[in-house]
Design a protein around this ligand. Sequence first.
Ligand code: MN
Length: 354
Amino acid sequence: MPPVRFDPTGGQMTEECRRNHAHKNGGIKMLKKIALEEHYDSPGLWASGPHELMKKDYFEAVQERLKNIDLRIEDMDRNGIETYILSLAQPGIEGVCDAGTAAAKAKEMNDYCAEKMVAKYPTRLRAFACIPLQDPAQGARELERAVKELGFVGALINGYTNIGDVNTAQYLDEPQVEVFWAKVEELGVPVYLHPRIPLPNQQRIYEGYPGLLDSAWAFGVETATHAVRLILSGLFDRHPGLRVILGHLGEGLTFTLPRLEHRLRHTKKELHGAHEKAPTEYLRKNFYLTTSGTFRSQALLDTILEVGADHILFSVDSPYETPDELAPWFDACPISENDRQKIGRDNARALFGL
Ligand code: MN
């Protein structure tokens, strides 16, 4: 039971009343939450780059927080969050076209995150590794180094990886990436599949509306389609122990994958990959979905109905989103206290062995 911070009835308030008061007066918080889509950046890479789509004041505040870990701890303290699992901001290493440069930068950024951020607040911070998938065998080695030597809890991959130039992509279901997945399965760590902006030569549908190119819209389309590729490829039949995390309550898949499954019944088998089971079965078994950036009770309830509370985890998507908005919503949203405890903390502890 979460502690009460403010209770005008002197302890006589029902749980429901406390929840209803939470937004208005800070009456209650779930404490010790764990959040896992929380980004950082560094002057050494400046992975997130200049962001011409964003308003200046918003993006300056974001940039400050990407680099200032002390501010992030203050944000967490204010919102009942015990642990952030950090990851490099998109497009990150995946956007580095040269394989040698990507390998060197990935090592540099993982070391930077471990030494300058996690080591400063070892009881509050953990990290996902960034991975130079331009050379998948090198990517597998960097994952192993980050997990075994730096204590990282898994990897976060920002969508497709550029190979040689900005219009060439490698997706995670392609045969050459198999060596990476074999290492993931061997190490037993989850992989967070995070969005990035569509390939420059595949943005025609957004012409005239460039504000749709990132988190407002295209991020979700990109990442949902990438996740469908993983499902249809048979990756989870070859490696049934893999656990892939999606943000933004599953990037719409809880709503759209049942229709995909329904319609693919009538499509020639050789036209939709090598998967052995129904697509929704993989979504329920191999995927975990986070609340990052989606503080919408209706959508959360739908997600619980589709995959169950055991496969949903609290996250913010900071600093692009603020826990000052997301945490009060989560602390008061209409789910059972058992589910709040699972989603807010216990599922992450189990998934990452925290
Ligand atoms: Mn994010």
